[in-house]
Design a protein around this ligand. Sequence first.
Ligand SMILES: [Mn+2]
Length: 309
Amino acid sequence: MSAAPMRVVTNSDLDAITSCVLLRQVEAVTDFLFIDLDDIRRGWKAQPSDIAVNIPFIDGCGMWFDHHDSNVRAESFAGRHEHAPSAARVVYNHYAAAGRAGAFARFEELLAETDKVDSAAFTREDILNPERYVLISHLIASQPVRDGTVEENRLMIRLFEECPDGKAMAEAVLAHPVFKARADQFLHNLAAGKTAILRHMIRETNVLVMDQRPLDEAARAACNNKFLPYVLFEGADVLVRVKPLDDRRTILTVGFNIFSPDNHLRTHIGHFLKQFGGGGHPKAGGCSVAPGEVDGVLRRIVDAFRISD
Ligand SMILES: [Mn+2]
């Protein structure tokens, strides 16, 4: 273990949290920073004591771990980048190669489940009736990081770390009042979501559009489930979401149906969204645009991904 105190800089999902847990076992990690990817795109600078993980390389960081093919780096760096189901798996592989896998022994189930969640290797049942780590992954607020997320993420890291039984970590998190309340709310929303998604989804051939602009707060929450649309609308390949954020920004996200065959995706989603100031990966991406530009951008996205019949 290196002596200098380190900070993990990451995004906010189960992979980020598992990476924090693993890095705490092998480095002198004393702090975490959960960063909005928009801040990185705007040039946020890291310090040598920062370990960037599950995010693009940040100038100035001391170490970097990532698994996204879109984030390769030609220059040398301390850490590891490789194709893997999760960034946490990259962290594991890096230290295991140095003979330190023993430090992670207790976290093998957490790591295997993080691989599954982060590579979206879900069954339809995981989506209709999520349990354990799949359920936990839904309880973590994603970007942009909201007030409170940091404390909840720290709490989840601590609960994973303090649980002595590697097979009981999911239960330890879900039994905590903060996450129990969140899980109850999520499962309630899931039931309501099925009805709401069927009511509000717009379908153009193989493209689904969930436009949250006309919806009230309750309906928006009900329609937020990431994968339910893919189970409910068979044969749809792409899901576009329109999420108003504030007076200046509306988020548009584009995702490829995890149950669709790969050859139905003919356009790299992240590359395509660069023209709107966004980015992402081959199968998922997002951009944020001014409210007045949403209709035009939405039309261009739908046209680009629609297969004419
Ligand atoms: Mn990841």
